[in-house]
Design a protein around this ligand. Sequence first.
Ligand code: GDP
Ligand code: MN
Length: 398
Amino acid sequence: MDIHEYQAKEILAKFGVAVPQGALAYSPEQAAYRARELGGNRWIVKAQVHAGGRGKAGGVKLCQSEHEIHDATNAMFGRKLVTHQTGAEGKGIYRVYVESAVDFDREIYLGFVLDRTSQRIMIVASSEGGMEIEEISATRPESIVRSTVEPAVGLQEFQAREISYALGVPTALTQQMVRTLQGCYRAFRDLDATMVEINPLVITSDNRILALDAKMTFDGNALFRHPHVAELRDKSQEDPREARAADRGLAYIGLAGNIGCIVNGAGLAMATMDTIKLAGGEPANFLDIGGGATPERVAKAFRLVMSDENVQAILVNIFAGINRCDWVAEGVVQALKANPVDVPVIVRLSGTNVEEGQKILARSGLPIIRASTLMEAAERAVTAWKNDSKQNTRMRAV
Ligand code: GDP
Ligand code: MN
């Protein structure tokens, strides 16, 4: 789960990381008022969206008066900010963060990630802050410092000092740098984050180390342990289809095609998407209903897939290992009887009790298109989608 910059700064500040003075606003009037409260005469207004690259996309503006703040934020509110990280549809701007502007001499890149190879939290830093890490690794790879933290002892001072020296931070600021590194590490570890990124971390003209930007991502499976983090979720920044799925405990990724997929198991879901493409179609989503494909879960999955207006056919692909095909078939039939859908439904079952499953589908009287292999299922789904969309008469109450 992602959170906003101002939320990440608030968290990191509690762990001892120095951040600029700032205040949140929900309207241009409030933004101007916030600037007056902060005082000074130069402010940075920053669109709060769950994406980086805001600076280059017009989401970060230096302002020198309350009027400028009003006008700059007026142009932001309600708009979609499109950055290289948002995709073409962009992310809505509903909050802006106003900060006192800071003069700085140097920008440092600082990131904490989960390194799966070493199974450790890894610190990735570079003396070349300000640009994205991808750009740094392409243009100045020699500037990147990597260091993994031994979990039994945590980030030790000597290790943090080494990183500070490697980045060429002046020795007078080593202690501040150690504090920053340890603060980020503790926030990462204590709150089950999967990423902390400060870009840029700056050395100010008056010799302070300050996090000008902050990004944190959390492990969704650990959110139950951190209600204060969980409540920072902002659904306005999520794909609405994915937000609905997450609320219902389903693993769902929205895609741009027309064939909805209901599958048990992530590997099978990927194979299904590949096969749909091979058959000449485009999947509308990735939906893993999990191992226990109970009638309730199947019904939820149908409702979710149907709420995507682009869906013109649904392919159900179930492999029953521990599960049972007859049970899944019962679920599909119940789901479709309770919530009829007006697009072709293709069902492919395989595994335990497959014959009984097929019989249940056949006996149901529902116009379910059956298939026995995955390729056959994908081809039938693509054919059914093409025929159905030709009629082009879909009307549906969502
Ligand atoms: P991002 O583009 O989404 O990563 O947003 P950032 O918060 O990193 O802001 C983009 C750029 O704006 C930074 O790399 C800085 O160069 C600049 N910037 C942000 N805050 C300040 C500030 O307080 N003073 C100055 N001079 N520049 C700032
Ligand atoms: Mn940044």
